[in-house]
Design a protein around this ligand. Sequence first.
Ligand code: NAD
Length: 362
Amino acid sequence: MKTVLVTGGAGFIGSHIAEFFARQDWRVIVLDNLSRTLLLKSSHIDASYNWDYLHEYYAGRVQCIKGDVNDHELLRNILSQCDAIIHTAGQTAVTRSIEFPREDFTNNAAATFTLLEESRLSGKNHRIIFCSTNKVYGEKANFLPIIEKDTRYIFGAGYEAGIDEEFGIDLCKHSPYGCSKAAADIYCQEYARHYGMNIGIFRMSCIYGPRQLGLEDQGWIAWFIIAMLMGQKITICGDGKQVRDILYVDDLVRLMYDFIISDISYGLYNVGGGCENAVSILEVISLLEDECKLKANITCKDWRASDQKVFYTNIEHVKAMLGWTPMVSCKDGIRQLVQWYKDNRAFLKRYNGIYTAREQSQ
Ligand SMILES: NC(=O)c1ccc[n+]([C@@H]2O[C@H](COP(=O)([O-])OP(=O)(O)OC[C@H]3O[C@@H](n4cnc5c(N)ncnc54)[C@H](O)[C@@H]3O)[C@@H](O)[C@H]2O)c1
């Protein structure tokens, strides 16, 4: 039986990876310090839902270890038992990285470096995936020709199919998050090149799906649904026409599994729903209003620093290399997700402990 380490395995993406690999008869080790809500300065919300979920449904197949990726000794011990590593742990929000750049650096750049170095020194030739981000492209996308439509921006001539991997990451403004992720991304590239390590770098767009502890600072689709069902305000920064391609977590996890069991030694991929699954904030809110049969309570703020007006991924490279394609359309995915949140009220209770009268009356 093979063993995979999932760092950040108590997080949203990590817990889905842990579940998927456990179902494929892998032994899974989850390493997580349960810091999501501390990092996002929302510590009044309990971040242990996925941790408890894995304990409840996958005890015996998933071993959960509470610890930090920067703990060299702990990591060395775990890595000696593993064949593969999927590194999802990290600080996830652009906004928080601007306020707390050291935490961001420590949990993204430094933690990834520690992981790569310990893997190299272990001599185990692990297969590795690093969760990078489209934010490594910084604000460069903002200088492309864009066209304003009624409910969204779209890319203009030459970029209709979205941003591919050739789009440079230099000479563009980055947030600290963009820097720490780009540093980690480049370290992965260089560890693959110099030490022959097997690494897949996944530059991901917005990933969404069940069990995401969405917050105003990160995980916007989940946050919008939660806010709506709980009768809370939804704040839109900018005009709401900003566009992202979104990818359902099941599609991502299937792709990661395919990479891990493939014989591809190195890959750098833009991963998202692609132009077919690009949606604007206004469009998502309208979809949610239909699905929830509620009217969103919206307030508006100024644009966020370093926000991209349009970003959608050209996914042709990863499709060609791994024979993969997203199966869940953005509309179906959002529908499924609304249903999940409606069916899993215990999850919503983590937010305030109480439902609003509006949500209860449904
Ligand atoms: N969710 C998205 O849309 C998205 C998009 C692009 C990239 N990413 C990247 O994917 C990864 C996973 O994202 P997610 O949405 O699952 O986030 P998440 O916050 O739900 O999960 C991250 C987990 O990492 C843990 N963690 C953080 N620092 C740690 C450390 N030093 N040691 C051990 N554990 C630590 C947290 O406790 C958390 O459980 C992140 O690296 C993120 O930057 C996510």
